[in-house]
Ligand binder design. Structure first.
Ligand code: OMP
Length: 309
């Protein structure tokens, strides 16, 4: 799957991922009204609104982008109907030939990690018959439990040719509280980065490993160091747009081949119609606003990469 991701990034010339994080308050009124009048003001109604919202954004952007990242919490908050829409979203994106990164941030003791891995990137076997429960191409994983919490995910990746993005240095303001603590004089995130590089070495695709890392756009200096520590790992870079990251901050997350990083924006794309810059589209044309925001993000990042050459 890493080969497909790299190929699609090359083809679209868009090292970005659209984050499908559909909070109800980003969903235009006309979509909410239609969903609630059909399904009631219920979890089912909210889930339907999420689905209609996602579908429009995907339809308006899929030809420009290599990948999407649905964040499962945004679906789980609507219970079982929400999870059904998560799965419907994964399937719809795959039918559009997009690479799907399930943002699930799991990680537990080995046996439990195995169940997460099977459910999201693998198969479950029920009396000899195999099922693919969620079917994402990549998932995000939390490494806090150490190697035995990660290795079931790696085993499933090897079997299924899927991939991981392991949290190394997160984008949020408190990420340094634990991640920057010095151990033998070195920050914890560097030690985790070294582990990701080591796990990644035995999981090589054609050019890059299918074991990648998450490093926040909000910490560009650390991104520069981590890029060197994990030369063959793709870096998923969240924190662009709504959290303040800009193209000029991101140059050092990329390798000299112009590859190696994929930048996520969620609110900045899906709620673009609420921003002044895209207000002219109006809530009814929110999908067109998202398309324009994708185009602006791609040219911001490519412009910064070009300027740095
Ligand atoms: O793993 C992630 O994707 C992630 C890691 C991280 O360090 N920071 C981070 O913001 N994220 C996710 O990236 C998305 C960022 O959303 P926006 O700030 O709206 O672009 C959310 O889905 C977060 O859960």
């Amino acid at each position: 799957m890493i080969n497909k991701l790299v190929e699609k990034i090359r083809k679209t010339k868009a090292p970005i991922v659209v984050g499908l994080d559909p909070m109800l308050n980003y969903i235009p009124d006309h979509i909410q009204e239609a969903a609630f009048s059909e399904f009631g003001e219920t979890l089912e109604g909210a889930a339907e609104a999420v689905w209609q919202f996602n579908k429009e954004i995907i339809d308006k952007t899929y030809d420009l982008i290599p990948a999407v990242k649905p964040q499962i919490a945004m679906y789980e908050q609507f219970g079982i109907p929400g999870l059904e829409v998560f799965k419907r979203t994964v399937d719809y994106c795959k039918a559009k030939d997009l690479v799907v990164i399930g943002d699930i941030k799991r990680g537990d003791i080995g046996s439990t990690s195995m169940a997460y891995a099977r459910g999201h990137i693998g198969k479950v076997s029920i009396r000899g018959k195999e099922y693919t429960p969620f079917g994402e191409d990549f998932v995000t994983v939390n490494p806090y439990l150490g190697s035995d919490g990660i290795s079931p995910f790696i085993d499933v990746c090897k079997e299924e040719r899927r991939g991981l993005f392991i949290l190394v240095k997160t984008s949020n303001p408190s990420s340094g509280e634990f991640q920057d603590r010095l151990i033998d004089g070195r920050p914890l995130y560097e030690l985790v980065g070294e582990k990701v590089a080591e796990w990644g070495e035995e999981c090589m695709g054609e050019e890059y490993s299918y074991i990648g890392a998450v490093v926040g756009a909000t910490y560009p200096e650390m991104g520069k160091v981590l890029r060197k520590i994990m030369p063959k790992s793709y870096i998923l870079v969240p924190g662009y747009g709504a959290q303040g990251g800009q193209g000029k901050d991101l140059v050092h997350f990329f390798n000299e081949d112009g590859l190696g990083a994929i930048v996520n924006s969620s609110r900045g794309i899906i709620a673009a119609y609420k921003q002044e810059a895209y207000a002219k589209y109006g809530a009814k044309n929110f999908g067109d606003a998202s398309r324009a925001a994708v185009e602006a993000m791609v040219s911001d990042i490519n412009g910064a990469l070009e300027a740095a050459k």
